[in-house]
Design a protein around this ligand. Sequence first.
Ligand code: SF4
Ligand code: SF4
Length: 100
Amino acid sequence: MPHVITRHCAGTCDTVCAQVCPIECIHGPIAHATLRSVPAAERGVRFPGVQLYIDPDECIDCGCCVDVCPASAIHMDCDVPLELRADIEANARFFGRRVR
Ligand code: SF4
Ligand code: SF4
């Protein structure tokens, strides 16, 4: 029952969740350092649609990432809102995993 980053990350994508994750299982298509190097106001324009994802086979469900997210984009997979359920698969797919 891993945590999942939904599409609401895109546009903010500040990598704060990745910085607090104790096992470094949060990644995305753009290096964290690159994302952090761009001012917040410009990130959504420079990297449209880019978000981070959680590796479902590595996440230990500690919950550390949830409260630090300014976009409220992170949920346990069982709590992902109905209209965002496809994002569970998107997280798994990014890492070549199957949804558990
Ligand atoms: S719940 Fe914990 S282990 Fe899972 S992604 Fe968030 S910080 Fe990392
Ligand atoms: S903290 Fe939230 S907005 Fe920032 S990268 Fe993580 S999921 Fe995206």
